[in-house]
Unconditional design. Structure first.
Length: 119
């Protein structure tokens, strides 16, 4: 089992910034790619940003130039720096971790953290 724990959500005004953190841990597993997804009420969950262990990054078009994903491989922790936040960024943000054990690959999700952008 891999535990994935997010932190850093909250209420911020439009144009403001927030940083989300996510740490993955699990005995006997190697942590691979990690990513952030978000889900607004009555909408599907979708990818916001993803980063591999080698540092390759992928962003949703809607956040390019505003959000930045990074990671600390030694700590199996991924960060999402969110700048120039807009009301439409309001959602529950979930962290996903890909973990490998032997020849098997698993994915684990965190419990989610609420981000609300409002004046």
């Amino acid at each position: 089992q891999v535990h994935v724990v997010e932190s850093g959500g909250g209420l911020v005004q439009p144009g403001g910034s927030l940083t989300l953190s996510c740490a993955a841990s699990g005995s006997g597993f190697s942590i691979d790619a990690m990513g952030w997804y978000r889900q607004a009420p009555d909408l599907q969950r979708y990818l916001v940003a993803e980063i591999t262990t080698s540092g390759n990054k992928l962003y949703a078009e809607s956040v390019k130039g505003r959000f930045s994903i990074s990671r600390d491989n030694a700590k199996n922790t991924v960060y999402l720096q969110m700048n120039s936040l807009k009301p439409e960024d309001t959602a529950v943000y979930y962290c996903k971790s890909i973990a490998k054990r032997g020849s098997f690959t698993f994915q684990y999700w965190g419990q989610g953290t609420q981000v609300t952008v409002s004046s």
